[in-house]
Design a protein around this ligand. Structure first.
Ligand SMILES: N[C@@H](CCC(=O)N[C@@H](CS)C(=O)NCC(=O)O)C(=O)O
Ligand code: FES
Length: 166
C-alpha cells in the first residue's frame, strides 16, 4: 500500500491510495453561488423519546418531504459531511471540488449535524454512502460518479442550462 502525506492549504491530508481512507477534514476556498442549509431537526435538549420519529419538529413535515423539497427546489443539491467551504471527509471534499468547476449554484446540507436527516437521505435515494448529489431533482451518485461524469463531459452537458445568478 502506498501512502502519501501532503500538506495542502495548511491542512494535513493523509491519503492512502490503496485503502482510500479519507477521514481527515480538508479545507477549501469559498466560492460564489453556494447555499448551505443548516440542520433541520436536532435539538440537543430534546430527549429522543420526545422527538418526532418521522415528522419534522414544529412544521409537521417529514424528513423525506424535506429531502424531496430540497432536490426539487435546488438544481444542484449535495448532502455531505461538513459544508462546501469545510468538508469533513475526503469524499465530500472531492465532490465539492468537482462541482465548483461549474457556474451552477450549489446547495448543501451537512448530514453530520443531523443523524435523522442522514437516514432519511439514504432511504430517499436508496444509496448507502455520502456524499449524495442530486441534479435537477434526480439522484446522480457520490464522489466517484461525479468525478467520472466531470472527466467524460457528461456533467458539463447536464449543468449547461443551470447558471448561478451571481
Ligand atoms: N463510492 C463512494 C464512497 C463514499 C463513502 O464510502 N462514504 C462513506 C464514508 S464517508 C459513507 O458515507 N459511509 C456511510 C456513512 O457514513 O453513513 C463515493 O465516491 O461517494
Ligand atoms: S471516509 Fe471517514 S468520514 Fe468519510
Amino acid at each position: 500500500m502506498t501512502s502519501h502525506l501532503h500538506v495542502y492549504m495548511g491542512t494535513l491530508i493523509l491519503e492512502k491510495m490503496a485503502g482510500l481512507t479519507y477521514c481527515i477534514a480538508l479545507s477549501s476556498s469559498s466560492y460564489y453561488g453556494m447555499r448551505y442549509f443548516s440542520t433541520v431537526s436536532n435539538d440537543p435538549d430534546t430527549h429522543d423519546d420526545f422527538k418526532p420519529a418521522t415528522k419534522h419538529e414544529s412544521s409537521g413535515i417529514s424528513l423525506s418531504d424535506v429531502v424531496e423539497k430540497d432536490v426539487k427546489d435546488n438544481p444542484v443539491m449535495i448532502y455531505m459531511k461538513g459544508v462546501p467551504d469545510f468538508p469533513q471527509c475526503g469524499f465530500s471534499s472531492l465532490a465539492v471540488r468537482v462541482l465548483k468547476h461549474y457556474d451552477a449554484p450549489l446547495s448543501a446540507r451537512n448530514i453530520l449535524e443531523d443523524p435523522e436527516l442522514k437516514s432519511a437521505v439514504k432511504a430517499f435515494s436508496h444509496w448507502p454512502t455520502f456524499p449524495q448529489i442530486f441534479i435537477k431533482g434526480e439522484f446522480v451518485g457520490g464522489s466517484d460518479i461525479i468525478l467520472n461524469m466531470h472527466q467524460n463531459g457528461e456533467l458539463k452537458e447536464l449543468l449547461k442550462d443551470i447558471k448561478s445568478n451571481q
